[in-house]
Structure formats: C-alpha cells, structure tokens
Write a protein that binds this ligand. Structure first.
Ligand code: PGA
Length: 244
C-alpha cells in the first residue's frame, strides 16, 4: 500500500554502541511524529538488537540491508530470509553497492525478491541507472527483471527505491524533474499503489524539495547516521506529505 516512508540505510557504518545510541534517539524522536513510516536498516550484526530497541515504541520498523535467497545451506557468510523474517519487516534488495561490489545481477535480485515475499518480508527494491546519460530503459529493465514471476497481488508488499547510482553518496542528488520523469515511467509497470522512494545524497534540503514531488518516501544513507539530520528529514516528510 502506498504510504509516506523514510528509510535509513546505515550501510557498513556504526559500531555496536553508536548503533544502539542512534536507534534509541531515532525511536524516541519518532515517537512524537505521526504520518510517516520510518525504517532503520542497520548492519546485520546489530539487526536483532536494533529491532528490539525500536519495537519498544512500535513506530519505527527494522529492515535488513541484504539477504541471500536460499532458506539454509552451505553459504558461508550469508543470511537467509528465514533468519530475518522473525526480526525485521523489510529487506533492501538490489542496492547499487551490492550490484557493483558483489556483482549482483538482475536475475539474483529477482531471486531475492521472490524469496523475501515467500517468507513474508517486504523487499525494498533498488533500481537506478549508472550514469546521467543512461537511457530510462535501463531502469525499466532492472525493475521488470526484479519483478519477474511476482504476482500483481504481491505488489502491495513491495517498495521501490529509485536510486540513480551517480547520485548515491556523491552529494549530487538527482533533480525532482528527473526523478519524477523516471518514477512516472516505473509506475506504469507497478501501478499507482506501490510506495516509491527516492534515494541518493538526500539531506534536509532534498527532503524539502522532494516532499512536494510525486515520490512517496526517501531512502537515506549518509544523513541517516546523524540522529538530528535524520529526524529533520522525517519531520519534513511527516509535515509535508499526506495521502488523503
Ligand atoms: P546516500 O545513500 O544518501 O549516502 O547517497 C543512499 C543509499 O545508498 O541508499
């Protein structure tokens, strides 16, 4: 179902104590904010603890940053959907850093999407072109491939994050115009009811710009590691976005 949403992607940052402090701060501040779903995706080693921390209030959800698609087996270092589903509600799938550094293909992303849905997790499916000049068809293919064999009924359980690779971690966010052009095209594939996020160098200035756009939410990397910066973004979203 389409809803306002702000997702924190902590990537491979934080030590245990920073992570717990940050999660507590976010939970406490979000407790007083309505109208936006907030998700924290910490490194997997902290996921269980962070899920417990945020559960105490109930307004923030936890998500994994990745998973493998098999249920169990000799896959050293990997984590299965069965391990995540009892702890977290969401899992990020197909992030550009996974595609780039770990050679994740569209086909593997699709297997992960199917596995997540099978086990009751909501995948946050990341798509995005590598360069500014790449054709929109590249992103369309990524999304269509990610959704292969996914029934339309399941679309209510997915979230899509449009994250142009050239905007991620570069301090060069995409423009609202470019983002809307792409997300409108992606909506032609998934329909009106799927929650669509934008991600890529989001800080509060971008949040203010994007809150007036057709994007439903934000996937925030760097700025999510600072409680006050992240909470500012959540507040902007809660105040400026309402689905009537
Ligand atoms: P960024 O990361 O906000 O640091 O650009 C976004 C992401 O990778 O999801």
């Amino acid at each position: 179902m389409r809803r306002p949403m702000v997702v924190a992607n902590w990537k491979m940052y934080t030590r245990a104590s920073d992570a717990y402090i940050l999660a507590n701060m976010v939970r406490d501040k979000v407790a007083g904010i309505d109208g936006v779903e907030v998700v924290i995706c910490p490194p997997i080693v902290w996921l269980s603890e962070i899920a417990e921390i945020v559960k105490r209030d109930g307004k923030v959800s936890a998500g994994a940053q990745n998973m493998y698609h098999e249920e169990e087996g000799p896959f050293t270092g990997e984590v299965s959907p069965l391990m995540i589903r009892d702890i977290a509600k969401y899992v990020i799938v197909g992030h550009s850093e996974r595609r780039d550094h770990f050679s994740e293909s569209n086909m593997l992303v699709n297997e992960k999407v199917l596995a997540a849905l099978k086990h009751g997790l909501s995948p946050i499916i990341c798509v995005g072109e590598k360069t500014k000049s790449a054709p929109i068809s590249f992103v369309v293919k990524q999304l269509k491939d990610a959704l292969a064999h996914v029934s339309k009924k399941e679309y209510q359980n997915i979230v899509i994050a449009y994250e142009p690779v050239w905007a991620v971690g570069t301090h060069q966010p995409s423009s609202v115009e470019h983002t809307e052009k792409t997300t409108v095209t992606l909506r032609e594939i998934v329909g009106r009811e799927v929650t669509m996020l934008y991600g890529g160098s989001v800080n509060h200035t971008e949040a203010e710009k994007f809150v007036k756009s057709q994007v439903d939410g934000l996937l925030v990397g760097g700025a999510s590691l600072h409680a006050s910066r992240f909470i500012d973004i959540v507040k902007i979203w809660a105040e400026g976005k309402s689905f009537k």
